[in-house]
Design a protein around this ligand. Structure first.
Ligand code: XMP
Length: 317
């Protein structure tokens, strides 16, 4: 029967045979799949695996620095690239969700390519593709999904003559997690909620500005930290906050305020295709709402999304 240890042993052996002394480049997203793929490849070929981790400026608060540190801690040969100015510049004024996704996908490929081209004699592009991606059901992947959808349209593999290696392509998500755990990847990384490739860009409805990103990062951090502190994080499949393009009236002291509204979302799901909203305890919601309104300047109202998928989706864009 299938065991994660057996999978790791057999895959490391196969990767060594297949890759020899070749150099391999891989985009890390901070998500489970690309992280597990990287650690597996690193086990097989060590420093010949070159990882690139791009900061789009649209990740969770402090996430880029923290995740980059944990990648380095795992011994990965990783380069962090801060490209937030490029992403936020190109997104300025854009409100259409699909255009946001296209711009982010394109920018990501451009930034990644620029790095890959500098790796002398790189022969392979590694991806954290998993079985559900292969059969093209719902993909909850990060940037690797973006590369996938671009590599057929004159992207990196053709341009640089790269071959593709996808060590997780026969695994389901729970198997990927088991493989990750058996290689000693931290629970913090393995147990993470899915996070969309376009990041906070699709959780800021309407146009994106650095100020809005900062507001949403602060709200999201309070929400996620509270879920963890209350022991609820692992009972939820995915959670996040959405900054609405709506201002509403409030009152603070004897001043009337006119500020932003955020929606909190938490769902249970198995694959993202369908989802139910989580019945978070009222007391938890009350505390988190107070905390957000008291601590995040620019937000005076919090609502909780009680829609299931279908007919709603998990994200608002
Ligand atoms: P929806 O909103 O379609 O989301 O119910 C289902 C799952 O997919 C994630 N999602 C994305 N992931 N690129 C991604 O990599 C995207 O453009 C994207 N849009 C949605 C979403 O976070 C949820 O897990």
């Amino acid at each position: 029967s299938w065991t994660s240890e057996g999978f790791v042993e057999a895959t490391v052996r196969e990767l060594r045979e297949k890759l020899g002394d070749d150099k391999v480049v891989l985009a890390l997203s901070g998500g489970v799949d690309s992280s597990v793929a990287a650690v597996l490849l690193h086990k097989a070929i060590g420093k010949n695996l070159y990882c690139v981790f791009v900061d789009s400026g649209l990740l969770r608060k402090n996430e880029f620095g923290e995740v980059l540190e944990s990648y380095k801690h795992m011994g990965l040969n990783v380069k962090g690239v801060n490209a937030s100015a490029k992403f936020l510049g190109d997104l300025a004024g854009v409100t259409d969700p699909e255009r946001k996704r296209k711009i982010i996908g394109r920018d990501f490929v451009e930034v990644f390519n620029e790095e890959a081209i500098q790796i002398k004699d790189v022969k392979w592009l590694a991806q954290g593709t998993i079985y559900p991606d292969v059969i093209e059901s719902c993909s909850v992947n990060g940037p690797s999904a973006t590369i996938k959808s671009h590599h057929n349209v004159g992207g990196l593999p053709e341009k640089m003559n790269l071959k593709i290696v996808e060590p997780l392509r026969l695994l389901f998500k729970d198997e990927v997690r088991r493989v990750g755990r058996s290689m000693g990847i931290s629970e913090q990384l393995i147990g993470r909620h899915p996070f969309p490739g376009p990041g906070l860009a699709i959780r800021i409805l309407g146009d994106i500005t650095p100020e809005k990103v900062e507001i949403l990062q602060n709200v999201d951090k309070i929400y996620i930290d509270s879920l963890r502190a209350a022991g609820l994080y692992d009972q939820v499949w995915q959670a996040g906050a959405v900054l609405l393009p709506v201002k509403s009236v409030g009152v603070m002291g004897d001043e009337r305020t006119y500020e932003s509204c955020v929606a909190l979302r938490a769902v249970t799901s198995t694959d993202g295709m369908t989802a139910d909203w989580v019945h978070l305890p009222y007391e938890f919601l009350a505390n988190v709402s107070n905390d957000i309104i008291n601590k995040v300047k620019g937000v005076n109202r919090v609502v909780y999304d009680i829609s299931s998928k279908p007919p709603a989706t998990i994200e608002w864009e």
